[in-house]
Ligand binder design. Structure first.
Ligand code: GLN
Length: 244
């Protein structure tokens, strides 16, 4: 088995070490003897979505998101939309999450028309939503995800898109409806930056299983020794949810 990862705009959407999530996916595949390659595709470079199984899009500030708009219009928007519709697996974070939606209206009034692969939109506000936070994951009952968010955009989901889970602490999608992230087909989108997957190994394996199953029909990952990962997860969960 093999997974081919495409890192979209690695030099532009690169906040908080979001790239570490690719390293985590690579490690967890290789530790199980599964081959993996990853390749960056940025501004001006052609994107052939059929060459890849899993797409990663990190976060970026409003400025960087605006920089990408012209490049998306050169055909990448259509390619990415087709990949989503075709059941390719995506992990998109914060600015990358917003980019998969219909539009982002920044707090100072700029309208960024985005890819429209997911029925959602984002509206900025002056006050940012910042901090460590925790949320449930509908597909991983009993496991809470711990993460870090920093965004001014409030995202609202439309019909056909459901949240990854419910916010237990922090703001999540918009600080209003209690939802965090978006799930549509094989897309996982979240506001959680940085070391999301290293400290949430169950979520990492769930995303990898989704990608492998989409490619090979079925997939079961062998268990790993996750003592360190679970300790990191537990530490943050205790801090956020005051579990003793
Ligand atoms: N520019 C977006 C916002 O502030 C995304 C920021 C980010 O990716 N951290 O809402």
């Amino acid at each position: 088995m093999e997974l081919k990862i495409c890192h979209l705009y690695p030099d532009i959407l690169n906040l908080y070490g979001d790239r570490g999530n690719i390293l985590c996916m690579e490690k967890r595949l290789r530790w199980r003897g599964i081959s993996v390659t990853s390749e960056g595709v940025s501004i001006g470079q052609p994107l052939n979505v059929s060459s890849y199984d899993l797409f990663f899009i990190g976060g970026g500030q409003d400025f960087e998101q605006e920089v990408l708009l012209e490049d998306l219009k050169t055909g990448k928007s259509n390619e990415i939309k087709a990949a989503v519709d075709d059941g390719k697996t995506f992990l998109a974070i914060c600015g990358g999450y917003q980019m998969l939606g219909a539009y982002y209206k920044t707090w100072d009034g700029h309208q960024c028309d985005f890819i429209g692969a997911l029925n959602l939109y984002t509206v900025g506000q002056k006050e940012r939503m910042i901090g460590n936070y925790a949320f449930t994951c509908e597909e991983l009952p009993g496991i809470n995800v711990v993460g870090f968010e920093n965004h001014s955009g409030k995202t609202f989901l439309g019909e056909g898109v459901r949240p990854i889970g419910r916010v237990l602490s922090g703001s999540g999608n918009n600080g209003e409806d209690g939802g965090e992230g978006a799930r549509y087909r094989n897309v996982f989108a979240t506001y959680s930056h940085g070391c999301l997957l290293p400290k949430n190994p169950a979520l990492c394996d769930h995303i990898l299983t989704t990608a492998l199953a989409a490619k090979y029909g079925e997939a079961a990952l062998a268990p790993l020794d996750d003592t360190l990962e679970r300790n990191a997860h537990q530490y943050m969960e205790n801090r956020l949810l005051s579990k003793k």
